[in-house]
Structure formats: C-alpha cells, structure tokens
Design a protein around this ligand. Structure first.
Ligand SMILES: Nc1ncnc2c1ncn2[C@@H]1O[C@H](COP(=O)(O)OP(=O)(O)OP(=O)(O)O)[C@@H](O)[C@H]1O
Length: 287
C-alpha cells in the first residue's frame, strides 16, 4: 500500500537519509530503531509530506490516509477535548450529533470520560496524548505514523495505550510505522523491525533486535540470547564468559570480547584484564 524508493535527504549538506527503501503492506506494523539523531523523525516527516524529499519517490494509493502522532501532542488550543476529537469528522461534513457520539465513544476508550469540556491547557501531557490518539483513530487512517508516542507517559499508561492502539489497529487492519526506543513494542507488536544507521535503513533479525536492546550478546560473530544463558560459578573452558554490568568477557582465547550496551564490540588483550570482574559467569548455549 506504500512504497518508498531510494529516498534521500540532506540537511545543510549533511546526509540524513541515503537511498532508503521500504515497503508497507495493509495492516502491517513496522518499528524503526536507531540512535538519537539518526533520522527516524525525518523519515516519518517525509512520509507524512511535512518535509520535501531531495530524491527518490514515495508511492501510495491515492486514497491512503496517514495519521501522524508525535511525542508532543499537537491539539487545537481553542477547542475542547470533545471538539478536538470530533474535528476530523467535522471536516468530513458529519453532523454534530453523530460526530459527538463517535467522539464520546473514543473518549471512553482512552479513559478521558468527564474531561470532554476541558481545554488542552487544562490537561496533563498524558491526557493530551490520549486526545491526540483518539482524534487520530476518528480520522480513520490507513497508516499510523507514530514518533515515540508513549515516551512521555508513565509505564502503566503507556502499556494501556500500547495495548489499545495495537488492538484497534489490528481490528481495523491499519498499518503502522512506529519510531521507538521501546523493547516491548518492538518484540510484541512489530511484524518487521528496521535499524536506521548512517542514513541507511536495514532489516533486523530477531537476534539483532535482542542484541540492540542488550538482551543478547555477540561473540565471535555469533549471537547468544541472554535468555538462553545459564549463570554458573564454574569457570572452566572457552565456552564460558563473564557478565559484568551487562558487558561480556570471553575467556579461553588471547583476547576478551567486551560488548558495550550499545551492541558495539571491543576487543581487549588478556594483559588488559580488569581486576574488578566479579565471579558471575555465563555458560553460552546455542541461541
Ligand atoms: N529542519 C531541520 N534542519 C536542519 N537539520 C535538521 C532538521 N531536522 C532534523 N535535522 C537534523 O537531522 C538529523 C536527524 O534528525 P531526526 O530528528 O530525524 O533524528 P531522530 O533519529 O528522530 O532523533 P531522536 O531519536 O533524538 O528524536 C539530526 O542531525 C538533526 O539535527
């Protein structure tokens, strides 16, 4: 339903995106991971046509409607909560009674009942975000573009909203591109995960995702899931590594492989042995 072909974008001469390709099917959920400043928001803005593309093309069906939700909600400050949620229906010419009935239904779903007559400035950040999510659903998009929508919410509310959004999307067969730093979102809801790094967008395997979130470790080109590791005090052969502060030190060869929390590998000669290693060992199994 949407196809990005060789999308490139520069800001002030600096390449942010370079020949990015992406294909999104109806109802498919994609998550995009990447360091701060890697261009994730820029990519969503290009798809939402809020920024011009330097080169390449985005092909979508003429009828494809995108709703874009950012970390910081943008509400109409002069409208009440109910008017904000009902606004897309007003634009479509739906009568007042009907549009308010639909908006009230969404008000309940996002647990804002009783706050319908408040103005955005009278709401907390989390409540404002719930209004913007309800408004986005009322708009009935085919694609949700979400830029860390839960980042500013407390854990409980963020889980509730995740659950609501992904369930509603599934029921309505709505596709989504989620920019996130959240492990659960990626693990539980994404059909595919991509990494944006140095301007390039690449698919990630399940193991690479684990590694990215520090749930996996990579030694000599092999990935081991932490969940597949067993803790032991028995340090005997090269299949044993030491885990310290989520860094892994491999024994039995002439260097240690230290995996930093960002997934980067660092080789250290044995002579550089750190004395502070505590007796906490990991037996690595195939994973
Ligand atoms: N309008 C702009 N003008 C100039 N530079 C910009 C503009 N928008 C973004 N950039 C730059 O482009 C790069 C990518 O920014 P972007 O916001 O897309 O990153 P991000 O991956 O979404 O980061 P974060 O995870 O911190 O939100 C950054 O170096 C940023 O400074």
């Amino acid at each position: 339903m949407m196809e990005l072909r060789n999308i490139s974008k520069k800001f002030e001469g600096k390449i942010v995106l370079e020949c990015v390709n992406l294909s999104l099917k109806q109802g498919e959920v994609i998550t995009i991971l990447g360091k701060s400043g890697s261009g994730k928001s820029t990519l969503l803005q290009l798809i939402a046509a809020m920024e011009p593309i330097d080169s390449g093309e985005i092909q979508k069906n003429v009828e494809t409607m995108c709703a874009y939700i950012t970390q910081k909600p943008y509400l109409f400050s002069h409208m009440t909560v109910l008017q904000n949620i009902a606004f897309p229906l007003k634009c479509q010419g739906v009568r007042k009674k009907e549009r308010y009935a639909i908006a009230k239904n969404w008000l309940e779903k996002v647990e804002l009942f009783g706050l319908e007559d408040r103005f955005p400035y009278e709401l907390s950040g989390g409540q404002q975000q719930r209004v913007s999510i309800a408004r986005a659903f009322v708009y009935q998009p085919d694609v949700f573009l979400m830029d860390e929508p839960f980042a500013n919410l407390d854990v409980k509310l963020s889980r509730q909203l995740q659950h609501l959004i992904f369930n509603e999307m599934k029921q309505r067969n709505v596709a989504g591109i989620f920019v996130t730093h959240n492990y659960e979102e990626t693990k539980m809801y994404a059909d595919q995960t991509f990494l944006l790094q140095d301007g390039k967008l690449t698919t990630m395997s399940e193991q690479e995702v684990e590694l990215y979130f520090n749930e996996g470790i990579q030694i000599e080109g092999r990935t081991y899931l932490i969940s597949n590791c067993v803790l032991t005090n028995n340090l005997s052969d090269r299949s044993i590594a030491v885990l310290l502060d989520k860094k892994v030190h491999l024994y039995g060869v002439d260097f240690y492989v230290v995996i930093l929390p960002n997934g980067q590998k660092q080789f250290m000669k044995k002579s550089q042995e750190i004395n502070t290693i505590v007796p906490l060992y990991l037996v690595l199994k195939e994973g």
